[in-house]
Design a protein around this ligand. Sequence first.
Ligand code: MN
Length: 322
Amino acid sequence: MSNLEASPDSHAAGPGTTTLATRLVPPREVPLGGPRAMTVRRTLPSRGLSTVGAWCFLDDYGPDDVGASGGMHVPPHPHTGLQTVSWLLDGAIHHRDSVGGDLVVRPGELGLMTSGAGIAHSEHTPDDAPAGLRGVQLWVALPEPARTVDARIEHHPDLPGGEQDGVRTVVIAGELAGARSPARVHSGLLGAELRLAPGARTVLPLDPDFEHGLLVLNGGLTAEGTDLAAGPLLDLGRGRRALSLSSEAGATVLLLGGEPYTDPLVMWWNFVGGSHEEVVAARADWASEDDSTGSARFGTVPGGEARLPAPALPHVRLHPRT
Ligand code: MN
């Protein structure tokens, strides 16, 4: 693929800045094991890159042949301190949670779960799902004031977007090129799916106060002079006012961005917190609750499935990511 960008430095942040560096963050192949027996390609968190804005977790998975694998079956499990985004290219996921959420998320639809201090949910491939499963699972860290908001689920089947220069945009979170997602987020954040038709070439406006990253889901493109295929996350850093994209054969990509996340961030298992103590307390609460007594913090997921037990804590303090 050739570099169609005429002047790669033309979108620099300002006087004195010549080039904004880009960096490829390779994915790690992570076998999820257990009930969700698939291997995912994880680019957040990565060594040297914990977050892009408040995006703190990015798993890219599939294509999975649901007929052969049985699909995704994750029993009730807890979350704290985060929002989860389910975004599919193929397939379907049936989500049920402890605050009354019961929905099937399909390609192009946003399922956004906000845990606040605690929620539990299950995820299953529905019986009538298509044969293929392909998507991404993302987490957004909740900053300190939002870490205890009421848990809630949002389903946005019709997200706004636009089309220009052969690029179709769907805004998942935040605002891009004048289109704003209705998703409720708690920090300056951007998430968008971009579909480039073969031969597409465009320049998208970005917020220079945000840091950004780009992940190819299908096909390939050239972004700011860097050829990119599925796999690695292109770390675009902070300070960009624009993003030049072109694709010869077409591509589907995920654009992430946000104001730099500055609160302490401790991630362990399914918990996000601001400290070792917060995560230890969340684990203890999950371990002490069960469906027969009812659950004060995490609640009960309908369906009667056994809960996933929390793994043992490591014998060391959990340190915030930097
Ligand atoms: Mn989950």
